[in-house]
Design a protein around this ligand. Structure first.
Ligand code: PBG
Length: 324
């Protein structure tokens, strides 16, 4: 049976009809807001390539978290800009590191927010790589104990979920083991399982001051050309004890999201990264795109492709638009 009996336009005639048959419903409940913590008090500095996103001290983070909570968003993910850096990112494991103190401040404010932390070394190493360097290479196994210690310090400070983004092999197992040894059996791991080596992280590296000082991340982050390998990465992270997995970036990898969603029975997140945000902001500022419309379309598309939740710098705006 086809035309003229079949007329798909019948179900598009009014907003009530379109709403009735809508397959994907975007809500604020599935959006996580990324934030950048820096040292000090009363610091709030906008990231030039990410309008609306700030590097802020813990007190200011708490203020923005109040807003995040009032918008109905479920949580935040924290990144740190430490006071100092060294070759091993040692300060990232310190109980009074920037992220650890920000978590405590959020907890003290008694906000109903999930606190997720990014676990990685690149923000804390003077060379900007996600692991320690030996003989000019990023050394996998030597990095694992530092990542585990960092995750433990986040858990001690009160994080709900730790999210390793370093792409070292075996890091989920190392983190799970350390958390369990210290009775943090209930702290969940959200693995950046399929994290690609992407040009779309550019603005983030300004925000987090984490650009590699030599070379690139191709020896640990995934090759953008590979899809089957993403399924392998996800399978390994789940075997090692990940509770949830993530695909990152989002827009150029919607096929990966769909394949991961279909192949595994765990919650799947997508990271709508800094470069994806910056492109929309820049075009909107020039008047070339309708920001509200494209942001809601992008987030709907990422959800339709298979994401159960989305990490996005658009979270606060989207929550406002979805309410209105
Ligand atoms: C840290 C990390 C990065 C991002 C999240 N965690 C940067 C990178 O791998 O270079 C990127 C997030 C974004 O671009 O919004 N390893």
């Amino acid at each position: 049976m086809s035309f003229p009996t079949q007329r798909p336009r019948r179900l598009r005639r009014s907003e009530a009809l379109r709403d009735l048959v809508r397959e994907t419903r975007l809500t604020a409940a599935g959006l996580i807001y990324p934030m950048f913590v820096c040292p000090g008090m009363n610091v709030r500095k906008e990231v030039s390539s990410m309008p609306g996103v700030h590097q802020q001290s813990a007190d200011q983070i708490v203020e923005e978290c109040r807003e995040v909570e009032s918008l109905g968003l479920p949580g935040v993910i924290l990144f740190g800009l430490p006071e100092s850096k060294d070759a091993r990112g040692t300060i990232s494991t310190s109980a009074d590191g920037v992220v650890q103190r920000a978590i405590e401040a959020i907890r003290k404010a008694k906000l109903e927010l999930l606190v997720i932390t990014d676990v990685c070394l690149c923000e804390y190493t003077d060379h900007g790589h996600c692991g320690v360097i030996e003989n000019g290479n990023v050394a996998n196994d030597q990095t694992l104990p530092i990542l585990a210690a960092q995750a433990l310090s986040h858990a001690r400070a009160g994080a709900d979920i730790v999210a390793p983004s370093d792409m070292m092999d075996g890091r989920v197992a190392a983190i799970r083991e350390t958390l369990d040894q210290h009775k943090f059996n209930d702290i969940a791991i959200l693995a950046y399982a399929a994290k690609y080596c992407s040009g779309f992280y550019g603005p983030f590296r300004e925000a987090a001051d984490s650009a590699p000082q030599f070379g690139d991340r191709r020896s640990y982050q995934m090759d953008p050309a590979n899809a089957r390998e993403a399924l392998k990465e996800v399978a390994l992270d789940l075997e090692e004890g990940a509770d949830m997995v993530m695909v990152k970036p989002a827009l150029p990898y919607l096929d990966i999201l769909r394949r991961v969603r279909d192949a595994f029975e765990v919650p799947v997140g997508a990271y709508n990264v800094s470069g994806e945000y910056a492109m929309v902001k820049a075009a909107a500022q020039k008047g070339w795109l309708d920001e509200k419309r494209v942001v809601l379309e992008i987030l709907t598309g990422i959800q339709r492709a298979g994401a159960n939740f989305i990490l996005t710098y658009h979270a606060k705006d989207a929550a406002r638009w979805l309410k209105a």
